[in-house]
Design a protein. Sequence first.
Length: 403
Amino acid sequence: MTEAFIYDAVRSPRGKGRPDGALHEVTAVSLSAQMLNALQQRNHLQGHAVEDVIWGNVTQIGEQGGCLARSAVLASDLDQSIPGLSINRFCASGMEAVNLAANQVRAGAGAAYIAGGVEMMSRVPMGSDGAAIAVDPSLAMKTYFVPQGISADIIATEYGFTRDMADALAVESQRRAAAAWAEGRFARSIVPVRDRNGLTILDRDEYMRPGTDLAALASLKPAFKEMGETMPGFDKVALMKYPHLERIEHIHHAGNSSGIVDGAAALLIGNADFGRAHGLTPRARIRATAKIGTDPTIMLTGPVPVTQKILQDSGMSLSDIDLFEVNEAFASVVLRFQQAFDIDPARVNVNGGSIAMGHPLGATGAIIIGTLLDELERSGKTTGLATLCIASGMGVATIIERV
């Protein structure tokens, strides 16, 4: 099978997902086009240089609706002969786009692809597209549906994670992200976002709170306690599914959960012939990809079984992996991953994660692959695994290896 290589990876800085956020004036199509242009310019792509643009975004409605990928191509400087495919695997959409591209290359269906994703959460609110599992009573009852925040609290309750443990992870995420920015660890990948006049409007992750400490987090009220304990009483739904639990411990709040932000990311994926033809040197090979379905109520445990699956499918073991990127959707997701595999926290999310910098839903999967690649290069390590939890109970993972 043909090998698939990562030739380049870029991302935007992440803006606060509010009307006063720096990127609020930028549409999803515009931000996507800026990422495509960055890859085109950095790698001198001319004509029909890539087979397709595969682009993830989650809330596919309004200005993020239609085939946003094709709109982004037409808004960019890429040749109009390049098509576009929009996909949605919830929070793993950006990673799934990369995995689809890699597997197309490996199968010989085209020499190169651009893959990534976008989410403008300040402009298109999360959940505004509706979802059958949340709004169709027959499906919601069958699956014991609860909102993701409740799922995160179920994980904490089931696996014994305390508020103090979650807050400590959040403080460390902020510390690592601040250190990474201070040391320029993201410099190779960051593409400053510009307005229509060409003026830079954001060149640094805006959401970070580097001064966060345990005392500050201790003052925050649990975000999902009220929705769990009052009508519609999601705690009661959860306890019907998990009767061995006496109650749900609500430990998550805004400070130890991922931030709502705007952002985009893109990777250039191709085979060896593509690199030679364009004078490009591969940075890493995509060694394996995997996806899996999991319990839709607890919902966010997918990184554990999908990691088990990808290691088994690839004939690898945990000892073969140097670094891990596990999306910090909620603190308990990362805590559970570390617990399940007894992994040294120093190998996980080395440069902070979505608690500190935010989680632009459709882009995050592509962002963390790029972050993992940059850190492997910086630290001189070889192999990394990136994974995300996913709404409705799924998991996706990617293993990359430096060339």
